[in-house]
Design a protein around this ligand. Sequence first.
Ligand code: ZN
Length: 223
Amino acid sequence: MNSGKWIVLLGAPGCGKGTQSELLVNSDFSFKVICVGDILRENLQTVVPQLGKTVGEIIGNGTLLPDAVIVDFVKNAMAKIDDFLNTNLIFDGFPRTLGQAEALLTMTKALGHKISHVINFEIDDDVLVKRITGRSKCKDCGKIYNDYFSKPKISGVCDICGCKEFVRRSDDNETALNKRLSEYYSKTQPLIEFYKNLNLLYSVKADTDTSIVYKNVTEILSR
Ligand SMILES: [Zn+2]
């Protein structure tokens, strides 16, 4: 009777939806993740007949894959999961555009199923900027710190191993972040309106404790 909850998580880079997704996978819901980034990486050599090129060539050129092609990949990945219609699924990194959302709607209808919840992780830009640009990692033990939220007890010295060297991701600077945020807002923000109109949108405040966010998410999913 097709009882799987199929959910979409929306939120700007750094909102913490990856962490929430992991918690849901390991919860009683036993969600499985359909990660479009992974699917595309596995299909770099696959030829897209409409364009006569491989996925790798298309992405390498900076061209977007047609929505229908991405949805086909998603559908194939879903079909590989045993009894997928009755399995709880999280769509990760997808849909990213209105076209993809419409194609997903058509695909789920054709399967006699639907998206049950779209959870939007709300967070202020300045918190995101601090979360991402403030992030550093101990070079030796990998412990994560943040200049604004979780500094080492002694400045410049790792709490765990005493190492004095820290590494930062190269894309953690503010210019790169602003580019990612504006891309997110222009492409993904319209999805919020789209899912609101379908009465599927639920919002969660994401600028608080992981455990509190998680509690709110599971309450929504139990409705
Ligand atoms: Zn350390």
